[in-house]
Design a protein around this ligand. Structure first.
Ligand SMILES: [Fe+2]
Ligand SMILES: [Fe+2]
Length: 170
């Protein structure tokens, strides 16, 4: 049976992002032994996704989705633990960008190990973070929003994400 919910747009957005999250985990496995050129390529590819897609998604949630959840719960600070997850993702993405900027050719073993550790970390953190949003927070919105307020929320979220994508520097 086909079921739809008011928060379907963000669930669909997660579905579109998830294969790329899985790819981070796969790349992490390859990085320690891959040829130097492949290490560079996978790092650039991962950062393009993280900076152009995932970070704008997280920032748009901060500015639109999380305030809506807290409004529904009438509990200021209820999404703070989720925001802390975003902070950790941003910190790891920044560290990855710094490694890319200073990466030698060939990359050192220490660089390979750190890149792999960061990608493994991002894979695990983001997969769990998505599950928390979908299983804990989105049902709260499904119970609280009207069709009209949900449409307005996701249009705003889409717009804010677009602004952050335009501002992303890779
Ligand atoms: Fe999030
Ligand atoms: Fe999300």
């Amino acid at each position: 049976m086909l079921t739809t919910s008011l928060t379907e747009p963000i669930r669909a957005e997660h579905q579109a992002l998830l294969p790329h999250i899985e790819e981070l985990g796969a790349s992490a496995t390859w990085i320690p032994t891959a040829p130097a050129l492949v290490v560079h390529e996978k790092l650039i590819h991962a950062l393009a996704f993280l900076q152009n897609e995932l970070v704008p998604h997280a920032k748009a949630e901060e500015e639109t989705l999380y305030p809506a959840v807290e409004g529904c719960m009438q509990a200021p600070g209820a999404t703070d633990t989720m925001s802390r997850g975003h902070v950790e993702v941003l910190r790891l993405v920044d560290e990855l960008a710094t490694i890319r900027d200073n990466l030698g050719d060939p990359p050192t073993e220490a660089d390979r190990d750190r890149i792999a550790a960061i990608l493994h970390g991002l894979h695990a953190i983001v997969a769990l973070h998505f599950a928390k949003e979908e299983e804990i927070y989105l049902p709260i919105l499904d119970r609280c929003l009207t069709a009209e307020s949900a449409a307005e929320l996701f249009e705003r979220m889409h717009h804010v994400a677009h602004l952050h994508k335009e501002a992303a520097v890779v």
